[in-house]
Write a protein that binds this ligand. Sequence first.
Ligand SMILES: Cc1ncc(C[n+]2csc(CCOP(=O)(O)OP(=O)(O)O)c2C)c(N)n1
Ligand SMILES: [Mg+2]
Length: 892
Amino acid sequence: MRNSAPTDARELEAIETREWLESLDYVLQHGGPARVGRLLRELGIHAQKHGVKLPFTANTPYINTIHTSEEVPYPGSREIERRIKSLVRWNAMAMVVRANRIEDGIGGHISTFASSATLYEVAFNHFFRGRDDGHDGDNIYFQGHGSPGIYARAFLEGRLSVEKLENFRRELKPGGGLSSYPHPWLMPDFWEFPTVSMGLGPIMAIYQARFNRYLEDRGLKPRSDAKVWAFLGDGETDEPESLGAITLASRERLDNLIFVINCNLQRLDGPVRGNGQIIQELEAIFRGAGWNVIKVLWGTEWDSLLEKDAEGLLIKRMGEIVDGEYQKYAVESGAYVRKHFWGADPRLLDMVKHLSDEQLKKLTLGGHDPSKVYNAYKRAAESKGVPTVVLARTIKGYGIGEAGEGKNITHQQKKLNDEEVKAFRTRFGIPISDEEVSKAPFYRPPQDSVEINYMLERRKALGGAVPRRQVRTEPIRPKLADTFGEFLKGTEARKASTTMVFVRMLSKLLRDEEIGRFVVPIVPDEARTFGMEALFRQVGIYSHSGQLYEPVDMDTLLYYKEVQDGQILEEGINEAGSMSSFIAAGTAYATHGINTIPFFIFYSMFGFQRIGDLIWAGADMRMRGFVLGGTAGRTTLNGEGLQHQDGNSHVLATPVPTCQAYDPAFAYELAVIIEDGIKRMYGDQENIFYYLTLMNEQYEHPPMPDGARDGILKGMYVAKPTGLPNAKLRAQVFGSGTILMEALKAQTILEEKYGVGTDVWSVTSYLNLYRDGHACERWNRTHPNDKPRVPYVTQATANAPGVFVAASDYLKAMPDYIDRWLPRRMQALGTDGFGRSETRAALRDFFEVDARFITIATLYQLLQDKQVEPDLVTQAIKDLEIDPEKVDPAVS
Ligand SMILES: Cc1ncc(C[n+]2csc(CCOP(=O)(O)OP(=O)(O)O)c2C)c(N)n1
Ligand SMILES: [Mg+2]
């Protein structure tokens, strides 16, 4: 006890600090942590009012978020689960090693799952919900490169045979194999969510969780406590898609969403943040975004050390080590760790003097400690009102020892030598003899073993096996004749764009008694662009929290109406998010057993070009629905210029095998295609989706010609036959989308000025024609004695007289897709090159796709056929005021 007044300021400050801390302790004891929180907030405001600038940090110290005192005991048998996990580890490793011994270079990953085995095993035994008991089932996005572990567990559960495991990455072997990564297309009874293109899993998971809520809020399914789990790598978080939508999850209070980030501090080439701390970086980002962040850094053995750490030296030390150095500790000896980590302060060294070097080395990290992981998941699952991210620290290649544990080469390690396999066996206690072990055989204990019984019992208690994909919807065959009938009659002298026509169709579909409520309109802040604002009022914009304000346009008919059971997903300026919603809605027939029919309309340039990889993933996932590229066409969208004008998307849609792409010109074409699409996808249950381009040029839409339906769907039909069928000169002109109008104008010029009898065709889908043509050729090649199949293009044009010309608002590649199956060569006009801001007329002149250029192309092709003289073409070039020396738009 002092009896003299403090003399210097430092001492005074120390006393002051102590007094404040004691007061705080008092409040903590009597009022609890929440009271302390409120008090600190008050203090913060008070200080700020008086000009105090408070230091900002979004980070908590580098220790576990859940304090030991808050932990609950582990509910299962740690010992049996450890043995099961060892068996899973072994078979996962064996799968990759064996595959690469048989076929060098076949690939596969050992080290990713080696680091995340505990993260999965705890979830399999205690959290992941299946659907067998009528529960909704969890939606689990497994980290793509961890697939061997998921297969290994399914093998132990008796869901996959040895043959299947043997054929890992050999899918074409007789009997089939296992796909490298989660691909629902390739394993439709197993995988639900494709994750391997990094970053797509996390963003799809966020929108999946939101879509699950949407279904509940709209009364399409009962409320459920099912979770969406997304397992991702720490390196993966560098993908913009991984973190780009996390605020949506907190804003929408998605407490059905759990991210588990496997923080092994490494990616493929090296450390994720050698000079920093990825976990702290992610913590700050997620906390800043309003997530519940649970750090699982240290295993149970560290608890007693932290308890001894009265002065906070250990916590401070833990927080100052950069990841590159932590990684080094994983590969170095205990002596090294003692010297470099603990050696920073004699008091730290003192804390671990009772531990041998070996014990020091073996201090477990949080992500490898089932109890820590269990507690984190439990808290995550119980989280209310916010999504949770679990940041689990692990070691990459955990357990593979010299073969690469913690090493920079570990990601690519797929071959272990005999010694390494043996060491792995010994470390995890796999009952395989020394003689056998070098072959790395698969191992499954007997069916009545403790391990198998335990894992099956746990899965049964949790509602059955995961992952498992099941289609649980019945086909629907709505009667849509009334909805679509009016569009077959044309617009009767009224001008309309295909966009306007589509919006009207959508509005009618939304009112349809049978399927209206299953329609999910999705739009990324572009509804007004497409004239869809009437739908705001008609069906409302989905908002979980309803509308907490009076919209400024409340007094107008079409006000911005947000409502909890709103039907429109208005996603803001976020094509990737919108596409993720589309994928969730387009796969609900499997994920939820609900036939939602999504219509996602976007600026066509920002579709395939921007989010093509998500579209690819959606196709892998067997999504159904309609994506609509609005304001499409390089020369139809005028004024907007180079970045907006889309002449690419139909070419970019080509590679997606399930994509049915159409470039319709008339209302009846659109009606026929959409009606047929609903039938094929929801009646016949075909795993396809549609891409339709919509334009904003307005013109009259004629009634559907008799017998056109089949051609519209197959890809081409005569939209307007010539008025001069007996003319000496004949031509066939193909147009698509609004360029069909140019073809029709060219028809008039050709017939009136040059006497060329011209049939005009609408080519609704070059892609269909291309696929059909190749399918026929392919079949014919291997069936030389059979009657050859004839491509539809060839059948349709067989008796079409004269020359062929095609004009498209997309690349010339489109018409080129089909010219080999035409009876004679074709001139192809298209819009290769960068767009320009201009009027439609100027753009079509620039890109050489207007009626004048179609006319010249036709006359030139007649010249090629020696049916006209060069002078006629020259004169026409003059008459039509075409500059023969103009720049080539393709390269300017
Ligand atoms: C979009 C994309 N880019 C690159 C890759 C190739 N790739 C596969 S795994 C990997 C490293 C993964 O690191 P991390 O996310 O930390 O996962 P870990 O294996 O460490 O758990 C890379 C670059 C990919 N699959 N997807
Ligand atoms: Mg990693």
